[in-house]
Write a protein that binds this ligand. Sequence first.
Ligand SMILES: [Zn+2]
Length: 70
Amino acid sequence: MQKEKCIICRKPLNGGIIINGRGICNNCEGRIIKAKPNTDFYEYYKNCIRKTLVQFIPRGVTKDCQDYHL
Ligand SMILES: [Zn+2]
């Protein structure tokens, strides 16, 4: 069994929260809660989330999804 890692500090998770299947440790969660928009950490966190989520969204999915609605 592979242990979940925090997507921000990349340490093994010991508790914390899971967002879209990605783990964030208690330490970083606390920092996010305290982080204010437009600070360096907030931007860094947003980039981490974006990069992580993009890995799971193959190119072209948006186009395909639109087709399904037609
Ligand atoms: Zn962390």
